[in-house]
Design a protein around this ligand. Structure first.
Ligand code: G6P
Ligand code: ZN
Length: 542
């Protein structure tokens, strides 16, 4: 029996950089998740009888919201739902499943790298039929609908068994519970030379992969330990837990410290990596050699042709605006276009669909390609392993060679977390207010060449996204970028991205902090960070 339940709107359901993310207790308000899911369905056209993919990263509330989504999908007229067994689907695996099954779209339940548990975060993201995050016109429609919604439809039925692979009926909709790992692992095997990687692992190369008690555990065990033969225990924290073992499943130098310390120890493995809550981010650390996400993108793009899936070369490279320009130099050498997009993977979707770009990446530890429409943590690790297997060099040697060829983009991101939203807005407004006066001024960072608020015109559909971050560009190619995070759930987070380029003949062996010190001082001067928000130091440096 289908119920139409009367409801009233919530005024905080506008999706952010990557879907709707809120504290679990916000999602636990009566009708909250239902309102959002109905707002999604109300914003879509033509899904009657079609397939919806449903899965998440296993965090607290995942199983409950999956039941709600299934009952609402059935009540709203979907014909079939594909659910990952146990409610598990990594974000890239969900993207692949949507594409491979010809689904209408998918709901991915995750707050990505944000912590999980009763007092932490939950999220719902809608992906369209190409497997990628909904573009802004869809998320804007969802936001608008959420403000006027007055009812939702839900089936009155017993919970679906999502733990047993197979089919069942939910009203008129068929629910198919699928193995969340197998098809994704097969896709990886089709792109990379597993035999070469396996031979290298059987030889002397040692690995460590930290799943951070999040969704990639079962994927990593299957791929690295079973298919590639790495010893048992290569995958650390490999069981997905609803609260990620009280950890923050964000693969950066602060939250993946266990891995970092291991990779810096005298007996470190050759190659270390980690992924985030929902499996789309990656952190790469060679033996005694941390690789920034921006550099990782550049190295992967420069060497991708060494893997079978990319042997034909790249059509183009895309990076988000705050990501360093390291990939730009690779694109130039390869003679392929480089696209600079706003932050958010959704902006890459059109370029990938149009065949304009093959590899994309972001400073926020996301890299991926046209194999799916999300960034993909395990994919990035496998491409690195494939490159190592072909080049037979260490990560440190590959980095040294890369910088000697292209020069080095020293880079860091300073995050000021959980600051008051009005103060963060005031800081950005003050910065925007003086953009026109900055060109030509000198500071400790050098002379300002230009300053602007980044705007992007999508080359495939000419849609324009404005106010995507303040850029201060210096005459020597250095850069400071300011923007507010679109993914936080507590107050505001100011991100300051600092970059300095040194050519192949320059000093390539500086400590990043030393290389960037004058620019860090310039960022403080121009934005008066401490004056506005009262913090002398960032909460996190990555
Ligand atoms: C998510 C998105 C990314 C984005 C990142 C940082 O992970 O999928 O595309 O780069 O958030 O977003 P933020 O707005 O917090 O800087
Ligand atoms: Zn993520």
């Amino acid at each position: 029996m289908i119920y139409t339940v009367a409801t009233t709107p919530f005024d905080d359901q506008k999706p952010g950089t990557s879907g709707l993310r809120k504290k679990v207790r916000i999602f636990q308000q009566p009708h909250y998740a239902e309102n959002f899911v109905q707002s999604v369905f109300d914003s879509l056209d033509g899904f009657a009888g079609q397939t919806l993919v449903v899965g998440g990263d296993g965090r607290y509330l995942n199983r409950d919201v999956i039941q709600i989504v299934l009952k609402m999908a059935a009540a709203n007229g979907f014909g079939r739902a594909l659910v990952g067994q146990g409610g598990i689907l990594s974000t890239p695996a969900a993207s692949h499943l949507i594409r491979a099954s010809g689904a209408f779209g998918g709901l991915v339940l995750s707050a990505s790298h944000n912590p999980g548990g009763p007092d932490e975060d939950f999220g719902i993201k809608y992906n369209i039929g190409n497997g990628g995050p909904a573009p802004e016109k869809v998320t804007d429609a969802i936001a608008a609908r959420s403000l006027v919604i007055d009812s939702y439809k839900i089936l009155d039925a017993a919970d679906v068994d999502i733990d047993t692979i197979g089919e069942s009926q939910l009203g008129d909709m068929t629910v198919q519970v699928v193995d969340p790992v197998a098809a994704y692992a097969d896709l990886m095997e089709s792109l990379f030379d597993f035999a070469a990687i396996r031979a290298q692992i059987a030889g002397s190369v040692t690995l460590a992969f930290d799943s951070m008690s999040a969704v990639t555990g079962p994927y990593a065990v299957e791929i690295f330990e079973r298919r590639l033969g790495a010893p048992q225990g290569t995958v650390m924290n490999g069981t997905p837990l609803p609260d990620f073992g009280h950890h923050h499943p964000d693969p950066n130098l602060v939250h993946a410290k266990e891995l970092y310390d291991r990779m810096m120890a005298p007996d470190a493995p050759d190659f270390g990596a980690a992924s985030d809550g929902d499996g789309d981010r990656n952190l790469i650390i060679g033996r005694h050699c941390y690789v920034t996400p921006s550099d990782s993108l550049a190295v992967l793009a420069a060497n991708a042709h060494l893997a079978p899936g990319y042997a034909a070369g790249l059509k183009g490279i895309a990076r988000s605006m705050p990501t360093s320009g390291a990939a730009d130099r690779v694109a130039k050498k390869l003679g392929v276009p480089l696209y600079e997009t706003p932050t958010g993977w959704k902006f890459f979707g059109n370029l990938l669909d149009a065949g304009m770009a093959t590899i994309c990446g972001e400073e926020s530890a996301g890299t991926g390609s046209d194999h799916v429409r999300e960034k993909d943590g395990i994919w990035a690790v496998l491409l690195w392993l494939n490159i190592l297997a072909v080049r037979q060099q260490s990560v440190a040697a590959i980095m040294a060679d890369h910088w000697a060829t292209y020069g080095r983009n020293y880079y860091a991101r300073h995050d000021y977390e959980a600051i008051a939203k009005d103060k963060a807005d005031a800081l950005m407004a003050a910065l925007r207010g003086k953009l026109a006066t900055l060109a030509g001024t000198a500071s400790s960072g050098g002379t300002v060449k230009a300053a602007d608020d980044f705007a992007y015109t999508d080359p495939t559909d000419q849609s324009v996204s404005r106010n995507q971050g303040v850029r201060i560009l210096f005459t020597d190619g250095s850069r400071v970028v300011f923007r507010l995070s679109g993914t936080g759930t507590e107050g505001a987070t100011l991100r300051v991205y600092i970059e300095r380029y040194v050519g192949p003949d320059g000093d390539l062996g500086l400590e990043t902090g030393d290389a960037l010190a004058p620019l860090i001082a310039a960022a403080q001067e121009v934005a008066d960070i401490s004056g506005h928000i009262g913090m002398e130091q960032p909460s996190v440096i990555t």
